[in-house]
Write a protein that binds this ligand. Structure first.
Ligand SMILES: *Cc1c(COP(=O)(O)O)cnc(C)c1O
Length: 217
């Protein structure tokens, strides 16, 4: 598939769901992809990308920005507190706010730097022990805590368990967001972005369907 195929599938999914064209932001997940594939997508005019690791983003994006101008980079992978400052200066959004310690660090740095990227709280909708994220039953309290810290919380994010029907997780995330008056929903990847859009996704994170398979590192 290609960028234009994915864009037209997103438009179709928006229309099917009765949502406005352009309601969904496509985050092209460029982690681990060779630079020539990333450049090809930049050449087509796309300017919103997702990265899993702060270091990889720091190695990649300053150079591309020199060539292509402003690019929004969204951090979608786990963030260690000692990388938070770097992430905040490099990224326009962080989708992996998943614990109080990180929220406290982001709040302190936001005061110091004077700005903060858009934040999404990662919810472990499948309650998987090995997976990051706030548990569904703790989400309301954590959203409130982040708001008390004056953090710009835009929405919720989830990565459904691989072996479960993703739409159940998308529906749960949408319910939690609505209950907390959050408009942003970061959900849906290459294999399931259409169903995520049907359930209200505002940001879909699509990697391999745009760039091709990731070669294992
Ligand atoms: C890698 C990754 C994606 C993209 O996955 P694809 O299946 O390649 O579309 C989306 N979200 C997160 C959090 C990821 O780590």
């Amino acid at each position: 598939m290609s960028l234009t195929d994915i864009q037209s599938q997103i438009t179709a999914a928006e229309t099917n769901a009765g949502r406005a064209p352009g309601a969904v932001t496509l985050i092209a997940v460029s982690k681990v992809q060779p630079n020539d594939r990333v450049a090809a997508v930049l050449d087509q005019g796309h300017r919103v990308f997702g990265e899993n690791r702060v270091q990889e983003a720091a190695d990649k994006w300053p150079g591309f920005r020199d060539t292509y101008g402003d690019v929004d980079v969204h951090l979608i992978g786990p963030l260690q507190t000692n990388k938070a400052r770097q992430a905040m200066t490099l990224c326009q959004a962080i989708h992996s706010v998943d614990r109080p310690k990180l929220a406290n660090t982001l709040a302190r740095l936001a005061q110091e730097i004077g700005t903060c990227p858009d934040l999404f709280i990662q919810v472990n909708t499948g309650e998987e022990p090995q997976k990051a994220g706030i548990l569904p039953q703790d989400t309301d309290a954590f959203v409130a805590q982040c708001r008390d810290l004056d953090l710009p919380v835009r929405g919720l994010m989830c990565i459904p368990p691989v072996d479960e029907e993703p739409s159940l997780h998308f529906a749960l995330l949408a319910k939690l967001a609505k209950r907390n008056d959050l408009s942003g929903l970061s959900m849906g990847m290459s294999s399931d972005f259409a169903s995520a859009i049907a359930l209200g996704a505002t940001h879909v994170r699509v990697g391999s369907a745009i760039f091709g398979a990731r070669t294992p590192a």
